[in-house]
Design a protein around this ligand. Structure first.
Ligand SMILES: [Zn+2]
Length: 92
């Protein structure tokens, strides 16, 4: 029985280089820093929809990849869009 368990665990470690501690994480580039022409607009719902999940919540920085300054701008824009009923506060 215990052999079966061990086999299952080893399937993931077939790759000898695999080590969750040193997983190579590609650093995301802030989408707003990368494209200088991109202007965040709270009236542009399609643009802001990229920064909210299907529940309508604002995505965290680790998901958007935005820098601190631009994440603040995103948050502000989404909140303004919600206020004028362009984006939902919540979705089922
Ligand atoms: Zn940025």
């Amino acid at each position: 029985m215990s052999d079966k368990k061990n086999n299952k665990r080893n399937v993931r470690n077939n790759d000898e280089d695999y080590n969750p501690k040193f997983r190579k994480v590609r650093k995301k580039v802030c989408p707003l820093c990368a494209d200088k022409n991109l202007k965040l607009d709270y009236k542009n719902a399609d643009q802001l929809r990229k920064f909210i999940n299907d529940k309508g919540k604002i995505l965290p920085r680790r998901a958007t990849g935005a820098c601190a300054i631009h994440q603040r701008d995103i948050t502000l824009a989404v909140k303004r869009a919600r206020q004028i009923a362009i984006l939902p506060y919540t979705q089922e």
